[in-house]
Write a protein that binds this ligand. Structure first.
Ligand SMILES: Cc1cc2nc3c(=O)[nH]c(=O)nc-3n(C[C@H](O)[C@H](O)[C@H](O)COP(=O)(O)OP(=O)(O)OC[C@H]3O[C@@H](n4cnc5c(N)ncnc54)[C@H](O)[C@@H]3O)c2cc1C
Length: 382
């Protein structure tokens, strides 16, 4: 983040201004699926609480679904002062029209001055409909948020100009000031058991016959995107892999370390791997405990999606590759030597730990890795 600078300030909105003083409080959309809160809901509770405290107002949660009251109780423990529960069978599975019809009247009634959603597939889809129906401004995909207690304006901050700069978008004349927030950018609010708040059940006036879509069934397939977002270890590769068949090296290594494969856009665009694996500005933001980058140059559009990982280990044969600026550990060398050597060493240690006879017989790979130039731990941003 240190490379970003705030350079652009933009103001949203035209048309009739709203009665700004009629709006108070910070609203958050508590996204859930099958009665389980999406992790971004608690990230919004974390940042929402900070904004509400700065403004001296309530943090107000909105949860829509069927059988979702437990989420409202958890939201109170995680910092909401008030939670509106919109419970209806027609809201059991997310549908844009049903959710918008249910939420718009409640938001109009409650009048929060700020309304935040996660920049997830659901949040992005719903936010556009809510903002147009409420005739207000929406800043998509924010990575930072702040508020000015004097003007009460939300600084909706997001990367711009190919991620090289940060833009601050203001919504001066319309309310609520809406923004979607990228998952994994904000610290989640921790539960405070016993914390008290108000839970308000809303009468939802919805009828299936009014809705233009019908849910025929739900196909539950493993979702690589969700796995990548939640992974503790990400093993990512880029064009340095040279050929799609070499992706097998990544998948094997990821399986061995209990990780999930990620990719740079270059190899996604080349058709080597699906877009759901892409990390970066136009892909996913990840925040694992360990992020391996094999043969990835470290363009800003990539690093913006992984720079908050706890430990970044990069392997690249170019000592000047920008990935080394964000890496905690950098190895200058050929990934085709380093990756098998790492795997062999890992397996040797796992064997050792398991008390079995160690050694994989892969001494050649280990020898070559030792010959590669090891770059001692580099400080981030060095
Ligand atoms: C609007 C926009 C949005 C974008 N969004 C994204 C995004 O979301 N995610 C993303 O990743 N990119 C994104 N990009 C593209 C980004 O700018 C880079 O082009 C891309 O990340 C480069 O991918 P790469 O590092 O795999 O390839 P390259 O830049 O070609 O780098 C390959 C690296 O591999 C190294 N290498 C080669 N052979 C070996 C070897 N044998 N061993 C070790 N290292 C080796 C090279 O030294 C080089 O550093 C976006 C670009 C634009 C304009």
């Amino acid at each position: 983040m240190s490379e970003h600078s705030v350079t652009a300030r933009a103001t949203q909105g035209g048309g009739e201004p709203a009665d700004l003083d009629a709006y108070r409080g910070v609203g958050i959309f508590l996204e859930q699926h099958n009665g389980r809160a999406a992790p971004v809901a608690w990230e919004l509770a974390g940042i929402g609480r900070k904004l509400a405290d700065k403004l001296g107002v309530e943090l107000i949660g909105f949860v829509a679904g069927h059988g979702v009251e437990a989420i409202a109780r958890e939201a109170v423990e995680r910092g909401c002062d008030r939670v509106y529960v919109l419970d209806h069978p027609a809201l059991a599975v997310y549908r844009n029209e049903a959710f918008a019809r249910a939420l718009v009247p409640v938001i109009r009634e409650v009048k929060p001055e700020i309304f935040l959603l996660g920049a997830t597939t659901t949040g992005r889809d719903l936010a556009g409909t809510l903002a147009t129906t409420l005739a207000t401004g929406l800043t998509a995909d924010c990575t930072q948020l702040d508020v000015d207690p004097e003007t009460r304006l939300l600084d909706a901050i997001r990367p711009a100009f190919l991620e090289k700069q940060l833009a601050v978008i203001l919504c001066k004349k319309h309310r609520p000031q809406m923004a979607t927030v990228r998952p994994k950018m904000m610290e989640p609010a921790e539960p405070q058991p016993g914390r008290q708040g108000q839970i308000i059940r809303v009468d939802v006036d919805l009828d299936e016959s009014q809705l233009r879509t019908e849910v025929l069934g739900v196909i539950d397939e493993p979702d690589p995107q969700a796995q990548l977002e939640r992974a503790d270890v990400v093993v990512a590769g880029g064009r340095g892999l040279q050929d799609p068949k070499n992706l097998k090296l990544l998948f094997d290594f990821a399986e061995r370390v209990g990780g999930v494969v990620g990719a740079s856009r270059a190899i996604v665009d080349a058709g080597w791997i699906g877009r759901e694996y892409q990390v970066g500005q136009t892909g996913l933001t990840v925040r694992p405990k360990v992020y391996f980058a094999f043969g990835i140059s470290g363009a800003i559009q990539h690093t913006v999606g992984m720079e908050n990982s706890e430990l970044i280990i990069a392997v690249n044969k170019d000592p000047e590759a920008p990935i080394f600026k964000v890496a905690d550990l950098g190895v200058v060398g050929d990934l085709f030597q380093i990756l098998p050597a790492l795997q062999a060493e890992l397996e040797r240690r796992l064997d050792e730990e398991a008390g079995r006879d160690g050694g994989t017989g892969d001494d050649g790979a280990r020898g070559e890795a030792a010959a590669a130039e090891d770059v001692p731990a580099r400080a981030k941003g060095a």
